[in-house]
Every structure is written in C-alpha cells, then in structure tokens.
Write a protein that binds this ligand. Structure first.
Ligand code: FES
Ligand code: FES
Length: 185
C-alpha cells in the first residue's frame, strides 16, 4: 500500500476556518494564493530570501513559501487581508500609505506583516543584531533607524523604498508608544 500524498486540513486564516485537501508538498503560500484566493501575500523568490510572502503564524512572522500548508494546521495565520479593522486601516498600513512606504507595492504586504511583528518584538524587549547593549538591565533598545533597518532586513524591496519604509515603521512605533505610554527612542 502506498502512503497517502494528500491530506484534508483546516487552515485558520484571519479568524476564518478553511477546510481543503492539499498535496503534502503544497506550501502555505500556494495554499493561500491558489486555493483560498488570498493573493495579497506575494510570491517573490519562492526560496525564503525576499520576505514578500511574510505572514504571521500565531503572531510571529514566517515566510509562507518555506512553510508547508499541512504544518500550519491548528495555527492562527494572519495575512495582509486580515490586518485592517474592517474599512479602517491598521496604523502600520496608514503609516505606509501616508509616508509613501512603497512604490510598486509588490513587497508591501510582506513589509507590513513584518513590521507588525517588529513592533511586537521590540515591545517585548527583544534585541536585534543592531542592539548595542543586550544586558537585561539596559532595558528595551531604542527603535532607531538602524534597529528598524536590521529588524526589517529580511524584507527586500526591488523599488528601493527603504527610506520611507523605515519612516513608516518609526511612525507606527511612535503612535503605538503614545497609545501605550511607552518610550520608543
Ligand atoms: S517568496 Fe517567500 S521569501 Fe521570497
Ligand atoms: S515597493 Fe516595489 S518592490 Fe517594494
């Protein structure tokens, strides 16, 4: 008897369950785009190197092209389609819009999903390779441009919109800090 090559899985995407039969080799990216018609998540390199396919898995960022759909079962998947609150853009989306954090926009869904995770990671006190002092007593690192660039470095932009992407993430971080009463920099 040959082993099955497909399975019925239920993906929880943006709060909605979707049951589908997938070949075991199907990536989460292809399942989202080709099976669920959620084409906001983009395919750039399909090799885990450009970040265009970034989604959130249980709130942590992941490149969907390197994730098998079957491995995402039981996890909360958030794509760019699930970021806004109805008609109201998420503050990170609003910042990208107002500060021109894109040109062609192809990388933008991945940039925004990554930025959402960056803000959470920074708020949780996670250091990055750009953090000077990682001693716990040093407190959370200031979210400088260098920190933002390092933390967003997995997301490439062929248009080179990096300066405005950094500004948009910084603006979103400042607004988040104002809402929470925390210090960003
Ligand atoms: S398409 Fe997934 S990292 Fe490039
Ligand atoms: S805005 Fe065009 S690839 Fe980033």
């Amino acid at each position: 008897m040959t082993a099955p090559t497909s399975s019925v899985i239920t993906l929880h995407v943006n709060g909605e369950p979707h049951t589908l039969t997938v070949d075991h080799r199907t990536t989460l990216l292809d399942a989202l785009r080709e099976r669920l018609d959620l084409t906001g998540t983009k395919k750039g390199c399909d090799h885990g190197q450009c970040g265009a396919c970034t989604v959130l898995l249980d709130g942590r960022r992941a490149v969907a092209c390197l994730q098998l759909a079957v491995a995402a079962e039981g996890r909360a998947v958030t794509t760019i389609e699930g970021v806004a609150d109805g008609e109201r853009l998420h503050p990170v989306q609003q910042a990208f819009l107002e500060l021109d954090g894109y040109q062609c926009g192809y990388c933008t869904p991945g940039q925004i999903c990554s930025a959402l995770a960056v803000l959470d990671e920074h708020a949780a006190g996670w250091p990055s390779a750009a953090t000077d002092d990682v001693h716990p007593e040093a407190g959370p690192p200031a979210l400088t441009d260098a920190e933002i660039r390092e933390r967003m470095s997995g997301n490439l932009c062929r248009c080179g919109a990096y300066p405005t992407i950094v500004r948009a993430v910084a603006r979103a971080a400042e607004e988040r800090a104002e809402r929470s009463g925390a210090v960003v920099a």
